[in-house]
Design a protein around this ligand. Structure first.
Ligand SMILES: [Fe+2]
Length: 312
C-alpha cells in the first residue's frame, strides 16, 4: 500500500476567492479581529495572533470559492518527497516543488484533489512573533469545512493521500478529519455541489469566544447560527456571513485526540448532539443557504484538463 505523501502538521492558511474583496478585507480587519499583513488591488493577506505569517488570503474574484488550503509540513525535504509521491500516484501538481516566491516565502508544492481544490504543502514559511492583544480576536484558522459531491471519495483521498484520520462521522452526512491532536482540521459535508462551507477561527477560550460575538453585535453583525456547542468535536460555534456571503465561524475548546485511544464514532444528527448547550436551536434556512455556497470548480474552472488528470 502507498504511504501518505506527507505528515501534515496543521492548517497554516486558507485562500478565499470573494466577490467582495475590499469590503471583506475591511470586515476581517476591523470587525472580525485579524490584522492586515499586506493589501493591494487584487486582495489582502491577514494574520491572527498566532505565529503564522498569514492565516487568510482574500482574492478578488467574480464568484465566491476556495482558492487554496495550505498545510504545514516540517521540511523542504518533506515537500520534495511529497512531490515524488504525488507523481507516483498520478496526482496533478500545479506548482512546485520549490521556493514559492509568495508573500510568506517558504518551499512548497501544490496539487489538485478530486474536486479541483488546490492543496499546498508548505515548509520554511516566514514565522512572525505571536501578538498579545487584550481584545478577543482569533489566533488563526483552526478548521475548514468543505462541501463535497462524494463524501466517501473525499474522505478516502484525504486519508489515503494526505494521511489524515477520521475522528468522527455525523451520520453519513459529515466526516471530521484530523492531522494533529485537534479533533478536526478539515471536515467534509455531503452536498449537491462542490463548495466551501465555512472557515473556523480559533478563539483562545470560551470567554474570548463570547466577547468576540459581543464585538460583532456592537458592529451590528449577528450570528446566523449560535452561539452553541457541537457534539462531534465538542467545540463552541457561532456562524456569521462575511460581506461576500462566505461563512466564518468563531470557535473554541475543540476536543483533543489522543491518537492511540480515540474511537471514531458515528453521531446521530439530533438537536441534543448538534447543539449540546441547547442555545442555538436548529440551523436556519439562511445559514444553510450560505453554507451551501455556489458551485465551485476550483482549479478545474481555468484548467479543464486537470479534471481528467485528477481522476486517472
Ligand atoms: Fe465549524
Amino acid at each position: 500500500m502507498n504511504q501518505p505523501i506527507a505528515n501534515l502538521r496543521k492548517v497554516r492558511s486558507v485562500e478565499l476567492r470573494t466577490t467582495a474583496a475590499a469590503d471583506s478585507a475591511d470586515f476581517y480587519e476591523n470587525v472580525w479581529g485579524l490584522s492586515t499583513v499586506e493589501r493591494g488591488e487584487e486582495g489582502a493577506w491577514l494574520r491572527g495572533t498566532g505565529e503564522e505569517h498569514h492565516v487568510l488570503q482574500l482574492t478578488a474574484a467574480d464568484q465566491n470559492g476556495l482558492g487554496r488550503i495550505t498545510f504545514a509540513v516540517s521540511t523542504p525535504a518533506d515537500v520534495d518527497e511529497a512531490a515524488r509521491r504525488l507523481a507516483e500516484r498520478d496526482i496533478p501538481i500545479v506548482a512546485g516543488p520549490g521556493p514559492t516566491g509568495e508573500i510568506a516565502a517558504g518551499y512548497g508544492v501544490s496539487f489538485v484533489d478530486l474536486e479541483g481544490r488546490v492543496v499546498q504543502l508548505l515548509a520554511d514559511a516566514y514565522a512572525v512573533a505571536a501578538m498579545h492583544r487584550a481584545d478577543a480576536v482569533p489566533v488563526g484558522v483552526t478548521h475548514i469545512v468543505l462541501n463535497t459531491v462524494d463524501i466517501d471519495a473525499a474522505v478516502a483521498f484525504y486519508t489515503d493521500v494526505l494521511g489524515m484520520r477520521v475522528s468522527d462521522w455525523s451520520e453519513h452526512q459529515m466526516a471530521f478529519l484530523r492531522c494533529n491532536s485537534d479533533h478536526h482540521s478539515i471536515a467534509f459535508n455531503q452536498a449537491g455541489w462542490t463548495a466551501i462551507n465555512h472557515v473556523a477561527y480559533e478563539m483562545p477560550s470560551v470567554d474570548h469566544f463570547m466577547r468576540g460575538i459581543g464585538r460583532l453585535r456592537h458592529h451590528g453583525v449577528l450570528p446566523m447560527w449560535g452561539p452553541g456547542r457541537h457534539g462531534p468535536g465538542d467545540n463552541t460555534f457561532s456562524y456569521f456571513a462575511d460581506p461576500g456571503g462566505l461563512v466564518c465561524e468563531y470557535t473554541s475548546g475543540i476536543a483533543q485526540v489522543e491518537e492511540d485511544r480515540w474511537l471514531c464514532r458515528v453521531w446521530r444528527r439530533v438537536p441534543e448532539l448538534s447543539d449540546t448547550w441547547g442555545t442555538a436551536g436548529p440551523p436556519s434556512a439562511e445559514v444553510r443557504s450560505h453554507m451551501a455556497g455556489v458551485p465551485d470548480d476550483g482549479a478545474f474552472a481555468h484548467r479543464p484538463d486537470l479534471r481528467e488528470l485528477a481522476h486517472r
